[in-house]
Design a protein around this ligand. Structure first.
Ligand code: SF4
Length: 450
């Protein structure tokens, strides 16, 4: 892989680019594609086609300073209960547009903190979902778990609702880091949550880590990685901290002077990669790791890895239905995003309209760009055979392909059927994907490339 100085000389650490969890990225969505488009797309869903579902619970008991998620701090369950009533109405609206039950292949509850829900509310949400959706025996159902806000009863309720994977937020175990990001969570608390999940037969565990946090050191992060490895997760997501206090106000509490510089961030990422791979994990895409027997590692090995708003996924469904405030839905026809603020989301649903307020209608050209970008982000390759480009498209993408070849000189192999990046070129992949991005919505909100 290219070393730090080479990447620095290429300007990689100064770039702010999309993470390409969608194409076009969400900043390209516009207000002229909203609830009416969403209603048509839902009505057009085939009765039997499997879909994915994302449910957003935008509430937390603690508000971690580093976090840029759409969520609000609450001290009682009153606003949560009110939100669930709106969710019930959103589901009823979906059912009016698509009276037959939709078949769930994948479901994810994220936030926010889904485990803020007590067992009776977990059951309530599960029951209301089952009015509109059917789960198969093999539906994959993952839930984001806050180890400081979970107990055996909540886990039992989630398991009864069908949870198959738990995604546990860790970020970093070092106390000096935790203090500076407003998130205290001991290894023992996390281990107790993991033990409860394993005891409840939750088959798969994911751990989320963040590098680039204040006061992170190689030694401290290495210790966190050893502790994480001791928990034996099946998957690890290793995200770079994006310091954007102009967009996420809480980040103003982060001591900027204590943030690691480019060289230190690069070293932190590489150290974590080294320790995870030494423990038997396989590196996947730009920021994920999985045990070789895990479905994500197998999907990556077989060219079936996909990208959606949660990052990398094995989910091959064309449709992702987003429920709740700020959720994004993906249909064959395009994307829509629900009103981001809970109040706006509630008002729209109470007015009897679906909750989308912005979106994007995909063209045939967008779909091709989307697939090329997804191939690069997932496979570090472009499969010309699968794309089957016609003459017009070949001419359309020629400048982007030439830019890629120039950027990666000596770091790719190409045949008429496929262009594959070598391992050396992998750190450049977001820049390479950007060559195929015609949406150009500006760079203000994007994260660092490394
Ligand atoms: S990291 Fe999790 S618990 Fe902390 S504010 Fe973000 S969503 Fe809430």
């Amino acid at each position: 892989m290219m070393n730090f100085d080479t990447l620095k000389a290429r300007g990689l650490f100064d770039e702010r680019l999309p993470r390409y969890t969608s194409y076009p990225p969400a900043p390209a969505f516009t207000a002229d594609v909203g609830a009416d488009f969403q209603a048509e797309a839902i009505a057009a869903l085939e009765a039997d086609a499997p879909i994915s579902l994302y449910l957003h619970i935008p509430f937390c008991e603690r508000l971690c300073w580093f976090c840029a998620c759409r969520t609000q701090g609450v001290r009682s369950l009153t606003p949560v209960q009110a939100y669930l009533e709106t969710l019930r109405k959103e589901l009823a609206l979906i059912a009016t547009h698509h009276p037959g039950k939709l078949r769930l292949k994948q479901m994810h509850w994220g936030g926010g903190t889904p485990t803020i829900l007590p067992p009776e509310l977990i059951r309530e949400v599960s029951d209301m979902l089952s009015e509109v959706f059917v789960m198969d025996h093999d539906t994959a159902f993952s839930v984001e778990i806050d180890p400081t806000l979970v107990d055996a009863d909540k886990i039992a309720a989630l398991k009864a609702a069908g949870m198959t994977r738990a995604s546990i937020g860790v970020q970093d175990f070092a106390p000096v880091v935790q203090k500076c990001i407003g998130r205290l969570q001991s290894f023992e608390q996390t281990q107790a949550a993991v033990n409860m999940l394993r005891g409840a037969d939750v088959a798969s565990l994911n751990v989320d880590l963040v590098y680039g946090l204040p006061f992170q050191s190689i030694e401290g992060f290495a210790q966190t990685l050893q502790q994480v490895n001791a928990l034996r997760p099946d998957r690890v997501a290793l995200f770079g901290y994006a310091h954007v206090p102009h967009m996420a106000k809480r980040q103003n509490l982060i001591p900027e002077a204590a943030l690691p510089g480019d060289r230190a961030r690069f070293a932190l990422f590489n150290k974590a990669t080294e320790l995870l791979c030494a423990d038997g994990m396989v590196a996947i895409g730009i920021d994920h790791f999985a045990r070789p027997e895990d479905s994500m590692a197998q999907a990556a090995a077989n060219g079936r890895l996909r990208r959606n708003f949660q990052g990398y996924t094995v989910d091959g469904c064309d449709t992702l239905l987003g429920l709740g405030a700020s959720s994004i839905s993906r249909f064959k026809e395009g994307f829509v995003q629900n009103a981001a603020q809970t109040g706006d989301y509630t008002r729209q649903i109470k007015a009897g309209k679906l909750a989308a307020v912005r979106g994007y209608r995909l063209t045939a050209e967008d779909r091709l760009r989307s697939r090329i970008i997804e191939m690069l982000m997932c496979d570090f390759a472009i499969d010309f055979k699968e794309l089957n480009l016609n003459e017009v498209d070949r001419a359309r993408f020629a400048p982007a392909l030439d830019a890629l070849r120039c950027e990666c000189e000596g770091m790719f192999e190409e045949t008429p059927e496929r262009l594959s990046l070598t391992a050396q070129a992998r750190p450049l992949v977001r820049r390479l994907a950007h060559f195929f991005d015609a949406s150009n919505p500006g760079h203000a909100g994007y994260s660092r490339v490394s």
